[in-house]
Design a protein around this ligand. Structure first.
Ligand code: C5P
Length: 205
């Protein structure tokens, strides 16, 4: 199987958990593309510079994503930074980083070098980065449902997480482009297992 399966959707729609489980069931790697934007956001924080300023310094860094069966490890110049990528500080600046075309090109080049097969999640994987993908999904859920799912992953109150999700939905609108041929799955009333089953049902045996 040399296929690419794309799973796009807004923040906290469950796309990474779904991508991981679908990939496990198929015995292929999963890739979370948002981690690469998060890594560029981390570069801004480490250097204390803006998204615009980091653009000129991207080539200075060696950014690498290594998929393992259970997680994605991200390395900056050989140092593993995976654990630093999911802070509220990164959440707050990552959209401003991801909106910049030069940064998108940088990230897309890293992604396109990864050999298939894999399941990849993001915002524009099916529409822009891998339009040739054999299967494309787009997950949706209400902001309230997504905030409830995300609270245990963040050291913050429900209201703070909800406000951050609504803000990021707006900030990410420009860089979120569901593929026209994607299968849309509303996950508001499904648990993780239910979404994984719904995705697997669409894949040819
Ligand atoms: O998926 P995740 O929430 O980790 O993504 C972090 C951020 O990276 C998103 O809020 C969005 O700004 C950006 N992103 C993107 N395109 C992708 C994946 C993520 O613009 N394919």
């Amino acid at each position: 199987m040399h296929d690419i399966i794309t799973i796009d959707g807004p923040s906290a729609s469950g796309k990474t958990s779904v991508a991981k489980l679908v990939a496990q069931r198929l015995g292929i790697p999963y890739i979370s593309s948002g981690l690469l934007y998060r890594a560029v956001a981390l570069m801004c924080l480490l250097e204390n510079v803006s998204a615009e300023e980091i653009e000129g310094r991207l080539e200075k860094y060696r950014l690498e994503l290594r998929p393992t069966p259970t997680q994605n490890l991200v390395f900056l110049d050989g140092h593993e930074v995976s654990k630093a990528l999911h802070s509220l500080e990164v959440d707050q600046i990552v959209s401003a980083v991801a909106v910049r075309p030069a940064i998108r090109e940088y990230v897309n080049n890293v992604l396109r070098k990864i050999p298939p097969p894999f399941v990849v999640d993001g915002r524009d994987m099916g529409s822009t980065v891998f339009p040739q993908a054999r299967y494309k999904f787009y997950l949706t859920a209400s902001p309230e449902v997504r905030a409830k799912r995300r609270v245990p992953e963040r050291d913050a109150a429900y209201e703070t997480v909800l406000a951050e999700i609504i803000r990021r939905d707006q900030a990410d609108q420009k860089q979120s482009a569901p593929a026209r041929d994607a299968i849309i799955l509303d996950t508001s009333h499904l648990d993780l297992d239910g979404v994984v089953r719904a995705v697997l049902k669409h894949l040819a045996p």
